[in-house]
Write a protein that binds this ligand. Sequence first.
Ligand SMILES: [Zn+2]
Length: 293
Amino acid sequence: MDSVPFFPANRAAPAPLYPWPDNQKSALFLAVDVDAESAWTAKDPKNYERLVTMSYGGYEARVGVPKMLQLFRDLELKATFFITGWAVEAHPAMAEAILRDGHEIGHHGFAHLLPDPGDPMILDEMDRGLDALKRRLGVVPVGYRAPLGESCEQLRVLLKERGFVYSSSWRDDVRPYRQILASGASGVIELPASMSFDDWMFGLTHRFSPRPMFPREHVLSIWNDELEETREWGGLITTILHPQVSGRPIRFKILREFLHTALDYRDVWITTGEKIARHFAECEAGDPTMPPV
Ligand SMILES: [Zn+2]
């Protein structure tokens, strides 16, 4: 414990209270993590030979992603899809369909490996992921979400160096803020997330990821209450949806109902991470109290 510094790990100031555009009261960052089979091979590459385990991830390209794309088309919503490089290489048609529908493509590692501090794979995961998105889709992503919900100083310095605009990984606020690196320099914009909107917690169970399943009433109670109160606070809701979860019939129905509830407010800005981050950057540029980036 003596090696733990007497500073908060995150030294960024509290999030500034910038208004949302067009008199919107709050924002909903509609974010989907397309791990596909790499969610399972990241745990153990040998899982590639465990075909039923692979089939959990394989559901995304076969059913989950097409269903979610259809839903977003029907509701006229644009989302951000954080895709692993492996998923782009293995399922190019799926990735192209996402792009064709006009959604944002974000970086989600290559093999969905945990970016643990000091891990030599961090650089490789970053650059192989960038290469797959560029080569297969012609995309240079501006947004990043850390696989398995972890990050470290080396990675956030790398995000800045590689020209990312935002990350969506931290759990410590209800509004966007600017990361401050350990050196004191400005980092990328953070669009914080909450476990309340990680569908994996409620809707997927497997012997390598054992969890109870939650019915519609429970999930909608959590999601709608979070939305209602976050809207009152003028905050940001960030989803962590997985097509191998929310693309399943019962989960899909829950997601559709939740999005209808959000749309019915008519003052919740449902959009991509890039739009939210660009709006933050515009507000920041006009704010004399903010340090230059
Ligand atoms: Zn993931």
